[in-house]
Design a binder for this molecule. Sequence first.
Ligand code: ATP
Length: 510
Amino acid sequence: MSENPSNRTIPSMESLVTLCKRRGFIFQSSEIYGGYAGFFDYGPLGAELKRNVKDAWWKALVHERDDVLGLDSSIIMHPQIWKASGHVDGFADPMVDCKESKKRYRADQLFFAPVRVDGETIGYVSVEEADDMQAQADEKASELKRKLGRQGNLDPVVLQEYTEALPEEYALIPSPATGKPGSLMEPRQFNLMFETKVGPLADASAVSYLRPETAQGIFQNYRNVVDTGRVKIPFGIAQIGKAFRNEITPRNFIFRSREFEQMELEYFINPDDATWPEVYRYWIDWCKNWLVSVGIPADMVGEDVHPAEKLSHYSKGTTDLTFKFPFGTQELWGIACRGNFDLTQHQQHSGKSMEFFDEARKEKYIPHVVEPSLGVDRTILAILTAAYTEDEVPNDKGAPEKRTFLRFAPQIAPYKAAVFPLLKNKPELVETARKLYEQLRRRWNIGWDVSGAIGRRYRRQDEIGTPYGITVDFDTIEKDQCVTIRDRDTTEQVRIALDQVESWLAERIG
Ligand code: ATP
């Protein structure tokens, strides 16, 4: 565990990955065959968590608003779509190979610097992108100076992206894999789209793609939604679904994988210069508030505004909401003002009009768009990071014991509560507990656990983030018709009448 500036404790990646595997949240895909890099499976609890995250987004955006409609488009679409969108020609990352280790790097995530002593270059160092890469590079530079036995002062080590290296420098920059120069190649563009073939003919005309984003499914259906949905500008179309990218370096667990899910909104607005900045700010704030609503503390979320010179030619502005992941601060949610680039491209390539007749303004135009685009899996990783907590609580004998628990927001928690009969071999306890369990599970996903001491059962539920543990004991059946409800975070216990449990829970978990 490490402390971040806001004094929040951030778990190590290892503790999250281990907990996810041990408790059935997330597994490496194809594990029995040694795994498959960049692919993950959600186990029984992970599947619940994922559904809850997607439902929360859909409810807030589609069900609770008048101006957003939902869509579920196909994964494989006409290949012309990816030509029009620019993905066939430009959806590529710069890739660099190390001849010796056969490792591949993303050239924009590989950094190098000349090492200079009193102005004279004595060699190069390289590091992979990380929060502490400057410190790593400084250390490597000092080591090189020591190794070469050089006297004098080390000049500041100024890191640059490998994409900015001069051709004559390629052979001088050491590979991070081997630590030696001479094996890194010139960067080349690598298209991230997965190709497939559609239909019985295996020729070039059959080439198609797995969608690398859900957004184009929205743009190609924009006309259909306008024609059938009776919409007025501004309005949005929201979609949740799988996306596929043949990432050069999938890493950091579910943060960067090759198959993932996105939740994307295209919010269509009029083309006035004054409109987009307001809508842009509105969606940035909306997104931040939504993250808080699913249990991501505001102080772990930052805003990274892309500088004008890094924007694509059509983009008016892009802001990433970042999150403090265990491996550093990284993009979680991108909010982009894309002008009317996508619809204009589809109008040109398809020959179909994308113009909208604005009744209020009595004019026709191709709407502009603000696009908040969020990864489901990255959101889950952020939720797990924020929820992971360690503390000490008394065990069954009253002695302090370390516990790990997930402080999930009730809306997101896989189980909202779990019911336990105090003893599993007392039919009257089991029968009453079972009746309560069956009543509650009609409304929520509820856990059931009969084995082990009650303290252990609480601990097991704590570890998977169940907000409440409900115990049926002898007093329940012999005396007061009440149960004990224990709060996951405070471990405090209250007695609640059996017939009040459902409404008591409803008040707290919605
Ligand atoms: P990056 O720079 O990290 O590759 P990007 O800027 O290409 O990401 P976008 O195209 O803006 O990402 O995708 C929108 C969102 O989809 C991202 O903010 C992220 O949450 C999610 N996402 C993108 N690529 C991946 C991936 N390989 N694995 C998991 N989620 C992803």
